[in-house]
Design a protein around this ligand. Structure first.
Ligand code: SF4
Ligand code: SF4
Length: 439
């Protein structure tokens, strides 16, 4: 059951919300993991020694749920080997050394004159070829999300501009700086799905983004297409697909189901921007906007970065000094992000930010016994009993854990955040899911 349980952690977005997107220099080398999307790893179509341009296809989707991968710089492939990965530890990757020229391949292709005259099949082909995945974090291949089985009719498209994770402001800046492109991208997706209604949900801590998308949608009005920008209360985790659907349309995705089961598709604002670029500019997905933030405001920025850039290069550009008293570096937001131990790992398609934290972010006190306070239950947006799943997993009673619907957990971290006993509930729930899957 999707509940409307939300929490209100401090958002810390004031650190970067007024910082314009900066384009950072092209890295000397990129590491492009073959696994940076949900589904099967892509299959290399280049070999060590090959020359590539920015935007060249370097690995092809393998199977239905997979994604193409493109070079994010021009230069030479120096290796295809196991390399550091920011989420799964390590993965095979294509490593490319820059020639310093950034020669772009996609500029050779001539965009169609009448983009709105493209058929939905032509738009889908461009989206698929561009290797677009969900840029809100899940990295699910977009072409798959836009291909519901024929029996499932899609009626509504939601553009997710909630960006509810504390610290992150990359989507906010993009909505402010590229509203026209986001509306045009949304119109393309609506055409593919055959829907007439687009709802854009934005939290009220981004009032200027609501204004900018409202005025862009008014200027770009398309016949028979209704675009509504909705102001949402600021609360966490409102950006979860199921939570956003419940808030905006008061509809519920069934347990174990997907939004398309109830005729809805949800796409993140930055993903929609990538669709605009793929169709209007013929540009594959090889760069994205991310937020650098955390405890040190002097290095905080919103940046446009090439996918595959090592985290270390990004932080060096932002001015990270070895003198800073760093406790932890996290990829993503503080609620759902992944701590990094190797700064040679690259920015990948699903990276929304890098947080550099000092020791103030350490949990206060050690883990204690559960006091049955039920705060985790009250906070869970999926209507689960996190204590029962987590504590069963801790005792390795995975059969008991499985009876509390752990697969409905969206791993938002709200339960861990509110637990007065500092029990790492979300980690225990992730462990339970892993063990149950393997059973
Ligand atoms: S992480 Fe915790 S609060 Fe969030 S959905 Fe999962 S069980 Fe519920
Ligand atoms: S919030 Fe923590 S202490 Fe309270 S019931 Fe849940 S697990 Fe137990």
């Amino acid at each position: 059951m999707v509940s409307l349980n939300f929490i209100h952690p401090p958002d810390f977005k004031n650190i970067t919300r007024n910082k314009k997107i900066e384009i950072i220099p092209i890295p000397k080398k990129v590491i492009l993991p073959l696994s940076q999307h949900a589904g099967a790893p892509s299959e290399p179509v280049v070999n060590a020694g090959d020359s590539v341009k920015t935007g060249s296809l370097i690995a092809q989707a393998k199977g239905f749920i997979s994604s193409n991968l493109h070079s994010s710089i021009s230069g030479k492939v120096i290796a295809i080997e196991e390399s550091s990965h920011p989420v799964i530890g390590s993965s095979r990757a294509i490593i490319i050394e820059s020639d310093g020229q950034d020669i772009k391949t996609y500029l050779d292709s001539v965009p169609a004159k009448d983009i709105l005259g493209l058929s939905k099949e032509e738009i889908m082909t461009l989206i698929k070829e561009a290797g677009i995945v969900g840029l809100g974090g899940a990295a699910f291949p977009l072409s798959v999300k836009l291909s519901p089985p024929p029996a499932k009719k899609i009626n509504s498209l939601i553009i997710n501009g909630a960006e509810c994770e504390p610290f992150l402001t990359c989507d906010h800046r993009l909505m402010l700086e590229k509203p026209k492109e986001i509306i045009l991208g949304a119109q393309l997706i609506a055409k593919v799905l055959g829907v007439k209604d687009i709802t854009i949900g934005i939290e009220e801590n981004k009032l200027n983004a609501i204004e900018s998308l409202n005025s862009a949608s008014f200027r770009l009005k398309a016949e028979e297409l209704k675009v509504k920008v909705v102001r949402l209360k600021t609360r966490y985790p409102q950006g979860g697909e199921k939570q956003l659907i419940k808030t905006l349309l008061n509809k519920e995705v069934p347990s174990g189901g997907l939004p398309l089961d109830i005729g809805i598709v949800v796409n993140n604002a930055q993903t929609v921007f990538a669709v605009y670029e793929a169709v209007y500019l013929r540009k594959p997905l090889y760069e994205r906007v991310i937020t650098i933030s955390g405890s040190f405001s002097n290095i905080a920025k919103n940046i446009l970065v090439r996918i595959g850039t090592p985290i270390k290069d990004v932080l060096d550009y932002c001015g990270l000094s070895p003198k800073l008293d760093i406790y932890k570096i996290v990829m993503g937001g503080p609620m759902t992000g992944v701590a990094q131990c190797n700064l040679n790992a690259p920015i990948i398609k699903g990276t929304s930010g890098i947080l550099v934290m000092d020791k103030r972010c350490k949990l206060e006190g050690e883990e204690l016994e559960c006091i049955r306070c039920s705060r985790c239950i009250e906070a869970c947006p999926a209507g689960l009993m996190p204590c029962m799943i987590g504590l069963s997993a801790k005792k390795e009673k995975f059969d008991i854990a499985s009876s509390y619907d752990p697969f409905d957990c969206i791993e938002c971290g709200s339960c861990s955040f509110v637990c007065p006993s500092n029990i790492p509930l979300v980690q225990l729930i992730k462990l339970a899911k892993l063990k149950i899957k393997r059973q």
